[in-house]
Design a protein around this ligand. Structure first.
Ligand code: PLP
Length: 357
């Protein structure tokens, strides 16, 4: 079985096996990871090693803090403006699809002014937005982008020119799957459940000088508090952090982010090549905006799409139904999905096409 789910998503098989082995007794302690204190020496080792591995993998400089928070990407749609938009209470947003809109709506509902400074909505998000005008320095607390649009299947492989405005990146669906320079961002956040581990923990990477005391902030969204308390202000999601730690070790053993990007380019490239050649299937995204991790495609006929999904499922290719707003199919090709899965998918699509020619 291959799992093409958009998230929660496939995890590396050796990591799942290790979790299974270690679940009854962590390090011979006779206690499970789900039973130990977040203040124990064993968990301190786990969270410190996970942070060190994440720093090494993403080349995170010391003047950036790594926070392990809860509330998912959605929690960060609130936390980012509440912590960072304190000077102008105004943020700029590039509208590249569903999750960018959700981020903007959350900030608006909290009383911030959100200016959409570029949008490809009229183009059904098949391309990426550019800034309609250069940003004027000193106008916005930050510019929000979604580095990878999980639903629409686009990704910023090049970042917009911000003219000195702080850049905030929602990296939920391509963190560690593609190389970005952390220094280009003031804040990066990502829910763990796509490229990193199980749901329940959210990675926040924030430049320390942007973090400051903000009054009237819920503790669970407070960057200063989490930074001061090393993410242990309250009980963190112990199991999720442990599992992420194992995935981070696995990523380092595999060759790190550059190797992941190479594999993801190969996986997505094979699938895009097949789709571009196909007479039955197509991917609607402009080629230079295509995501390495989420590939939507369709036949243009909803009934036929449903038959394709059923045929794939019968072949052990799971969770290929597209998001309801786009329809068709979507193959998510995160780090833990092997190349063999993509080959199996292409094979299934090829035979379906041949049978329906
Ligand atoms: N941002 C992006 C790009 C996403 O793909 C998702 C979820 O799929 C979210 C944010 C929301 O994340 P969560 O469900 O962790 O709140």
């Amino acid at each position: 079985t291959y799992n093409f789910a958009a998230g929660p998503a496939v995890m590396p098989e050796p990591v799942i096996n290790q979790i299974q082995r270690e679940l009854p007794s962590l390090g011979g302690s006779g206690m499970s990871i789900t039973e130990i204190s977040h203040r124990s020496a064993a968990f301190t080792d786990i969270i410190e090693r996970a942070e060190a591995d994440l720093r090494a993998l993403m080349d995170i400089p010391d003047d950036y803090a790594v926070l392990w928070m809860q509330g998912g990407g959605t929690g960060q749609f609130a936390a980012a403006p509440l912590n960072l938009a304190t000077t102008h209470q105004r943020i700029a947003l590039l509208d590249s699809g569903h999750w960018a809109v959700r981020a903007g709506d959350e900030a608006t509902s909290l009383g911030f002014k959100v200016d959409v400074v570029g949008s490809t909505k009229a183009d059904h998000y098949h391309t990426l937005p550019e800034l309609a005008h250069p940003l004027t320095a000193g106008t916005y607390d930050y510019l929000h982008i979604t580095t990878n649009n999980t639903i629409e299947g686009t990704a910023f492989h090049q970042l917009p020119a911000t003219n000195g405005t702080t850049l905030v990146g929602d990296m939920s669906s391509n963190i560690l799957a593609e190389r970005y320079n952390v220094r280009d961002f003031g804040l990066i956040f990502a829910g763990a459940q796509k490229n990193l581990g199980p749901a329940g923990v959210t990675i926040v990477i924030v430049r320390r000088d942007l973090v400051h005391q903000v009054s009237h902030l819920p503790s669970m969204l407070n960057y200063q508090l989490f930074m001061d308390k090393h993410s242990l202000y309250n009980t963190p999601p112990v199991f999720a952090i442990y599992a992420c730690g194992l995935v981070l070790q696995w990523l380092r053993e595999q060759g790190g982010v550059d190797e992941m990007e190479r594999r993801n380019r190969e996986k997505s490239g094979r699938l895009y090549d097949f789709l571009d050649e196909s007479k039955l299937f197509y991917n609607p995204v402009t080629s230079n905006a295509r995501s390495l991790t989420n590939v939507p495609f369709m036949t243009g006929d909803a009934d036929l799409d449903a038959q394709v999904i059923a045929a794939c499922q019968a072949a052990g290719l799971m969770n290929l139904k597209g998001h309801r707003s786009v329809g068709g199919l979507r193959a998510s090709l995160y780090n833990a999905l092997p190349l063999a899965a993509v080959d199996a998918l292409i094979d299934c699509l090829y035979h379906f096409e041949k049978d329906h020619a």
